[in-house]
Design a protein around this ligand. Structure first.
Ligand SMILES: [Zn+2]
Length: 313
């Protein structure tokens, strides 16, 4: 892995993950919609979150997988066969909680509720233009801190509330918590319903709400964690941008996606994630810190009043 990932990748991912975890603990304590007993359970669950970052400590043995240059189809069949045998091999054995469901070279991340774990592959730390070296904290805390924050909220939202700190099914919210949470989410559903992505096709606020809530919580937590870094406190500009500006531009950089209108229409109708562009515009338009970083004022496209801003986490 040394050849592909900048030095200190695992340590940096752990540093950011822990920083986001402690920000989240503070924010849970201050929530206005969660009851005190539920907060106690949430903090216990947060404490137990397993972080798998960079690459696995134990590699899967791929020696039985037959890959060569003769046929693409045969290679696909061979990998499927390997996956099938791998799965069958688990039968009757205890669950391996150290297992990874994603490759280190995948640019993505996940929260697995049945193991109460966040998995962030090392690839997330490779920022375009920074190959082989680490970007500055503003960029890393926006991309990785935002991802940690996003995934962590999934353990505490309308889905995560069904699993306890060990990942076992157990509903730990009260009906009052749920009612208050749902009331908050109505606002973000409306915000996304109002976005027109292709022709007259609106984003489906209901379908994408879980992911939009996670994105908003994620970027807020990433920013709060970044505020504790030396770079933020020193407030030295890099390439003419101050730390906050770099943070928000870094966040947008992670979502640079080019998509045909047909593919976007398909995504809107079938995927619980909003198209990339609105995963930036949506969350940032709910952050006063973003407004002040770029001097956004009434009349600007992303402008919202304080009362129009959604705050859940
Ligand atoms: Zn998600």
């Amino acid at each position: 892995m040394k050849e592909y990932l900048p030095k200190g990748t695992k340590e940096k991912l752990e540093e950011i993950g822990n920083a986001v975890k402690s920000v989240f603990a503070q924010r849970i304590k201050a929530l206005d919609w969660m009851s005190a007993p539920t907060k106690e359970k949430a903090l216990k669950k947060l404490n137990a979150v397993i972080m798998k970052v960079g690459y696995p400590d134990k590699w899967k043995d791929l020696s039985a997988m037959q890959i060569d240059r003769t046929s693409y189809v045969k290679n696909v069949m061979s990998t499927n066969k390997w996956e099938f045998n791998y799965m069958i091999n688990k039968y009757g054995k205890p669950v391996d909680r150290t297992e990874w469901d994603m490759q280190p070279q995948t640019y993505n991340a996940y929260y697995n509720p049945s193991n109460n774990e966040i998995v962030i592959p090392g690839c997330n730390i490779i920022v375009p233009g920074y190959e082989g070296r680490m970007a500055d904290d503003a960029i890393l805390y926006s991309i990785i801190g935002g991802t940690f924050g996003h995934e962590i909220t999934h353990g505490f939202d309308d889905q995560g509330c069904k699993y306890n700190e060990f990942g076992n099914l157990s509903d730990w919210w009260t009906s009052n918590d749920r009612a208050k949470f749902n009331k908050k989410t109505k606002m973000i559903v409306k915000q996304f319903n109002d976005y027109v992505a292709v022709d007259n096709l609106h984003i489906n606020g209901e379908l994408t709400q879980g992911e939009n809530i996670a994105d908003l919580g994620g970027v807020i937590m990433g920013f709060e964690a970044f505020k504790k870094t030396k770079q933020y406190k020193d407030n030295e500009p890099i390439a003419g941008l101050n730390p906050s500006q770099r943070f928000f531009l870094g966040y947008a950089l992670a979502w640079m996606v080019n998509m045909r209108p047909e593919a976007m229409a398909n995504q809107i109708k079938s995927n619980e994630h909003a198209p990339a562009k609105w995963r930036v515009l949506g969350p940032l338009s709910n952050m006063p810190e973003f407004f002040s970083a770029f001097g956004i004022k009434q009349g600007d496209k992303m402008w919202r009043t304080e009362s129009q801003m959604v705050k859940i986490w």
